[in-house]
Design a protein around this ligand. Structure first.
Ligand code: ACO
Ligand code: KIV
Length: 549
């Protein structure tokens, strides 16, 4: 546990933070984890804690050690592992909780005990059954007790935004005198507004005795969808610590989303004049790690890290993006760790984006040909939610995208054997009349299906990315399988949608094999037509004849 005094450690940092640095206090593993559906075991928590340290969070709330033996063990393990980040443990204002938190933090290099006690009239009367004086006395005694173990103590006035502001001033002034160096005013029930937040933090910073000795902190919930706005309002009124979580997970509607706060401060730096220590390029991978560990995906339209955050389907936006990316994007995807912007082709897309995508796929299309392709593309997009590259290739080659082959699956059977892998049998038909059947075993049904398809088609692939996710809800939810495989020093993508994820996987794998074969066929044709582009006006008729043969 840290032995340096709050004064020696904090004053240097506070001089800086008072100016322009906002400390990021991550509570993904405590407030985030305590919400239904987000519980993590200690292995998952340790993995997430390491990712959060790499992300650059200043303080990581690892758990509530009094809650359970596993939470104690998780905090203890995280405390032993992290070297740069302050590891924090939550405790009620009870000596038992504080002793347990201190024990869990014993081996931390930098540690903090976070004490909380409700201060609002509603909580005092109905929850705690305590008077103002009792709340004050309990908080002070607890801070003093925690300071015996740890130089860095934070005090949170739970439900602060529904507390009498004068009482907050009284308890925060006493908390500083008792040794707390961070004062948190949480909007526990997500009730407040940005203007009220500014008013409260300005008032507290003016009236709390020795306010300059503490860092003021916000902790906002999203019940009315204002957690991030409220946190930024607190910051604009002098808060220099923000408590937040990856993907905004947390009690009820969640906490303020870390990635949104950090990117707001970065993108609008001239407005806020503040910065954080977060390595923003790790935001997306950290967000994805959390979804994997909890099994809870983020909505497509989630700010910063959702699938649509850097994806454009509508033609007018795509056209703008192709001319200048700042027309419709305020940050670069690479700055949050997303490889690139995607122009998704669908029924709202226009010719500019379609042409660009076809060119990326190796098809140079002249204006006449484009009109025909565009018409058929729109008709297809009206019927199909998910337009894939193989559909576009089929359109460009004058083929029926619904029948994009040459391989088709005629039969697929899989069985899983508990503890000893799985087996798969596939039967495939080829446009040239071949019927092939193969069986394979694998670590799981996906592995077995991939091996069987490889054998049946004779196409070797190395899977480099595989992702299955639900794209609708309910008993008949659709699963989308997306994969990338390496073949002949190139990456090939395939995706498919089905109510059966194994079937979706098989179709995605076969889409890759089909693309590889069609590409090989096209290379032969190109050689034959002496390298002229397929849709070059001079070569068009000839080339189409050759490829459809
Ligand atoms: C706003 C927040 O997010 S606060 C954090 C909330 N997180 C959690 O509650 C998750 C972990 N919690 C737990 O595992 C359990 O609630 C435990 C182990 C901490 C306590 O369990 P129990 O002892 O069975 O108590 P229970 O949870 O039913 O009730 C809470 C008790 O804590 C008291 N309490 C609540 N907050 C505080 C506080 N900040 N300081 C002191 N006592 C408090 C309540 O008055 C109640 O006391 P009582 O048992 O004397 O009536
Ligand atoms: C423990 C405190 C900070 C809390 O989680 C809240 O008030 O929401």
């Amino acid at each position: 546990m840290t032995t340096e005094t709050a004064a020696s450690n904090d004053q240097g940092e506070r001089a800086e933070s008072a100016e322009d640095r906002v400390r990021i206090f991550d509570t993904t593993l405590r407030d985030g984890e305590q919400a239904p559906g987000f519980s993590m075991d200690r292995r998952a928590k340790l993995c997430m804690a390491q990712a959060l340290e790499a992300l650059g969070v200043d303080i990581l709330e690892a758990g509530f050690p009094q809650a359970s033996p596993d939470d104690f063990a998780a905090v203890d393990e995280i405390a032993r592992t992290l070297r740069n980040t302050t590891v924090c443990a939550l405790a009620r204002c009870q000596s038992g909780d504080i002793d347990t938190a201190a024990r869990a933090l014993e081996r931390a290099r930098h540690s903090r005990i976070h004490l909380f006690l409700s201060t609002s009239p509603l909580h005092r009367e109905h929850k705690l059954g305590m008077s103002k004086q009792q709340v004050l006395d309990t908080a002070i005694a607890s801070i003093e007790h925690a300071r015996k173990y740890c130089a860095d103590v934070e005090f949170s006035a739970e439900d602060a935004l529904r507390t009498e502001p004068e009482f907050l001033v009284e308890i925060f002034s006493a908390a500083i005198a008792a040794g707390a160096s961070t004062l948190n005013a949480p909007d526990t029930v997500g009730y407040t507004t940005p203007a009220e937040m500014v008013e409260l933090f300005t008032y507290l910073r003016r009236n709390v005795r020795d306010a300059h000795k503490a860092v003021f902190s916000s902790h906002c919930h999203d019940d009315l969808g204002m957690a991030v706005a409220n946190s930024l309002a607190a910051v604009s009124a002098g808060a220099r610590q923000v408590e937040c979580t990856i993907n905004g997970i947390g009690e009820r509607a969640g906490n303020a989303a870390l990635e949104e706060i950090v990117m707001a401060l970065k993108v609008r730096a001239p407005h806020f004049g503040l910065h954080t220590r977060i390595d923003t390029r790790k935001l997306f991978p950290t967000s994805r790690l959390l979804t994997q560990l909890t099994g809870q995906a983020v909505p497509r339209n989630k700010a910063v890290v959702g699938d649509n955050a850097f994806a454009h389907e509508s033609g007018i936006h795509q056209h703008g993006m192709l001319k200048h990316r700042s027309t419709y994007e305020i940050m670069r995807p690479q700055d949050v760790g997303i490889a690139e912007t995607t122009l998704v082709l669908g029924k709202h897309s226009g010719r500019h984006a379609l042409r660009q995508r076809l060119e990326t796929l190796g098809h140079t299309v002249d204006d006449d040909a484009m009109e025909g392709i565009f018409k058929r593309f729109k008709a297809l997009a009206d019927r199909k939610r998910d337009i894939r590259d193989e559909d576009l290739e089929a359109l460009a080659l004058g083929q029926d995208p619904d029948a994009a082959g040459p391989w088709h699956i005629t039969q697929l059977t899989t069985s899983s054997h508990l503890g000893s892998g799985a087996s798969a049998t596939v039967k495939l038909s080829h446009e040239d009349g071949r019927e092939v059947g193969e069986a394979a075993i694998g670590d799981g049904p996906v592995d077995a299906v991939l091996r069987a398809i490889e054998r049946a088609t004779g196409t070797e692939m190395t899977l480099t990315r595989f992702n299955v996710r639900a794209i609708s809800e309910g008993g008949d939810a659709q699963g989308q399988a997306q994969m990338t495989a390496r073949h002949a020093q190139r990456d090939w993508n395939g995706s498919s949608v089905s109510t059966d994820i194994i079937e979706a996987t098989a179709h995605a794998a076969l889409a890759i094999v089909n693309r590889i074969e069609r590409q090989a066929e096209r290379s032969t044709t190109d050689e034959y037509s002496q390298g002229r582009p397929l849709f070059d006006s001079r070569a068009r008729g000839h080339a189409q004849q050759e490829t459809s043969a």
